[in-house]
Write a protein that binds this ligand. Sequence first.
Ligand SMILES: [Zn+2]
Ligand SMILES: [Zn+2]
Length: 431
Amino acid sequence: MPRVAVKSVADAGRKFPREFALLHQLGGTDKDVDSEALLKGAPVYGDAAAVKSLVEGKDSIEFEQLAKAFAKKSQSASVEGPEGNCLGWAARDGSGTLAPYKFSRRQLQPNDVMIKITHAGMCHSDLHTIKGDWGPAKYPVVPGHEIVGIVTDIGSSVKKFKPGDRAGVGVFVQSCRECGMCKAGEDIFCPKLVYTYNATQYDGSPAQGGYSTHVVVDETHSFTIPTNLDLAGVAPLLCAGITTFSPYKDHGLDKAGLKIGVVGLGGLGHMAVKFGVAFGCEVYVISRSKAKEAEAKAMGAKAIIPSGDEAAMKEAAGTLNGIIDTVSAKHDVNALLALLAPRGRMVVVGLPPDMPTINHFAVVQRNLVYSGSSIGNLHTTQQMLDFCGEKGITADVEVIDMEYVNTAMERMKEGDVKFRFVIDINKSLAL
Ligand SMILES: [Zn+2]
Ligand SMILES: [Zn+2]
């Protein structure tokens, strides 16, 4: 691959965070860059003609010239909101409509990393929160807790990252690190947990999410990302990925040869299938009909068990060692419990609005476990990302521009996405 030396990169992360992030995103390092990748990225992220004339036939280029060729016009000129150093898209009320909003991230503290966001995944929680479905929101709310990007600056005590590294942020940005839960590595149960958005940080400032140009976070609450994975496909791992990876680990379902049922083949379900297959399990997708069988098989699933087909459900009864139920709509939980073998474990990660009635006979007589699981701890999240790097696992995504986000929310509500929307922030949002 032809590589071009890049000169004067020092401090580029601070001065030109977006272009610096692009350099690294498009196959660059601090010393050189893959010119083919640059030319390929130019029509999407910059001025194709300018990039071409800069790169073609050259052995070296100045970073500032490269930055100019990739510069994107700021969209913040006519944005409401206080003066600030960050541009996001926020919901102002329960209509849930997102629009540009300027605000400030905190100044870099000694343990902080500044991450220029390249991609943000769209999670159903984003939609529920901005609509106020789970209680009144702290408007304005910038959603997004599936965040990936490039580190552009680090605090004086940071050890894990250097500028140019890939980094990710998930569902929470602060936990106290002092309580019993934190010390036991069970950070998600910390009473002082601060979620990535719709929350208040320890310094009193509102936590705002990843539908924005950059994020500042303590290095302990950010993750390293394997360099072999496509960043757009990595973003959903930070919520959909860890949410479905944790049940396998916590319940010992990550063993080759186990028979696992995954209920629902959406954003969460398709990740649960990929993990199960990577662990060597025999994975079955439980879906109303066989309509999605080709897609399920393409991900490595053995077959679909159609929950709407009584005979098929009877045939599969008592065969599964574990079930990961990702469905958030009302559904028959007892029909699923019937599929479990003795001592089988069902782990629910979806949040249906109704309270299901559990058939205690089924649970007691066959020693079943009916359990829930929420996101995942910090160390498990890093373990999951490293595992994805080893196995080459990413989410299947539809990449969109920021301007499309409100339409994407509507489509997400209808389940019309395969399998996760991811916003290309570097392409479509600039301060
Ligand atoms: Zn989420
Ligand atoms: Zn704690």
